[in-house]
Design a protein around this ligand. Structure first.
Ligand SMILES: [Zn+2]
Length: 93
């Protein structure tokens, strides 16, 4: 996730300079180019990967409660229904 975010930000900056150079009179709008650049890149990232649900790619996993963690009875395993990502978290039930 960090790698993707870093890549998007870097590309946004590159885009900013590219657009600012060509469209100098529209300097005040440069931020919109950065934003649109980030949006396009985000969409490209989401569209480019089909192995995971798009919600999973942005960190919204659909976790389902699994069995307890053996070593830590207060913890339970959670598994994402879409991509199978696992985590464990405290659970009182
Ligand atoms: Zn997931």
């Amino acid at each position: 996730m960090k790698t993707i975010a870093g890549f998007v930000v870097l590309m946004g900056i590159v885009l900013f300079f590219a657009d600012a150079e060509v469209l100098a009179p529209l300097d005040g709008l440069a931020v919109y180019f950065v934003v649109s650049g980030l949006l396009v890149l985000t969409i490209a990232q989401l569209a480019g990967s089909r192995e995971k649900h798009w919600l999973c790619r942005i960190g919204f996993h659909d976790f389902e409660r699994q069995e307890r963690v053996e070593e830590l009875p207060a913890m339970r395993w959670y598994r994402c229904k879409r991509c199978g990502k696992e985590k464990h978290a405290a659970s009182i039930v």
